[in-house]
Design a protein. Structure first.
Length: 131
């Protein structure tokens, strides 16, 4: 397995960037715990959390498809969709004012990755069971 780790590393860098944004906002707003009822910090926390909630499932599905021998183009397509979705979502949601078009596009790409990854894994698995 060589493709999924590449995309996992890139998505991890997005996650680290979002983590640093939370840390920097905490420092500048002087909020050590929670969100201090600060809208900017709350957005940063949720952008970070959202990535942490969706990216692992998508990456697992991509990895499973790769391990089962899915076509290389499919693994790259899933990886690119996830990466683009996470970057778009973070760019749209994590700022003031929010850019709703990027937020929506990011979630659509992320959810499409999860659905396509699920269907790919089901197709491969059922094909193996039938054969």
């Amino acid at each position: 397995m060589t493709i999924t780790p590449f995309y996992a590393a890139l998505v991890a860098l997005v996650y680290v960037y979002l983590s640093l944004r939370v840390i920097n906002t905490r420092r500048s707003e002087r909020v050590g715990l929670g969100d201090g009822d600060n809208r900017t910090l709350r957005r940063a926390i949720r952008a970070h959390g959202n990535c942490g909630e969706y990216a692992p499932m998508a990456l697992l599905l991509i990895a499973f498809a790769e391990m089962q021998g899915a076509q290389v183009w499919l693994i790259h397509a899933l990886g690119l969709m996830l990466l683009a979705g996470r970057v778009a979502h973070a760019s749209g949601f994590g700022r003031e004012p929010e850019r709703m078009n990027l937020r929506v596009a990011g979630m659509r790409l992320t959810i499409a990755t999860i659905v396509a990854g699920s269907l790919s894994n089901l197709t491969i698995t059922l094909g193996a069971w039938a054969g």
